[in-house]
Design a protein around this ligand. Structure first.
Ligand code: HEM
Length: 74
């Protein structure tokens, strides 16, 4: 079964992440925004520079990548 944004990806973002990033032009709780910025989001997750206070585990980063590779299901 493919990963989906609503069930698998959205819950990975904390309210603090969403609040911190909306001023930069994307809302991490909104499917269309995460899809549109997926590559730059992935790059920051993978290099550990985002979230700025607490980088994701390799498992979480891999999950985001798998969601991208599977076609970014809503
Ligand atoms: C999973 C959570 C997060 C993701 C995926 C994320 C993603 C990103 C991305 C893709 C950029 C580049 C934006 C651009 O170039 O237009 C960025 C920039 C930035 N983010 Fe986040 N962010 C997250 C959480 C946070 C948090 C928690 C903070 C604050 C503590 C934060 C503060 C910033 C700041 C200050 C920048 C601009 C400076 C820079 O490029 O480093 N972000 N973030």
């Amino acid at each position: 079964m493919k990963l989906s944004f609503d069930q698998d990806i959205k819950p990975l973002f904390r309210p603090f992440d969403i609040e911190s990033m909306t001023p930069f032009g994307f809302d991490l709780s909104v499917y269309a925004d995460v899809k549109a910025h997926a590559q730059s989001i992935y790059d920051r997750l993978a290099d550990g520079s985002m979230p700025c206070d607490d980088p994701w585990s390799p498992d979480q980063v891999e999950k985001f990548k798998r969601w991208m590779d599977e076609g970014m299901e809503p």
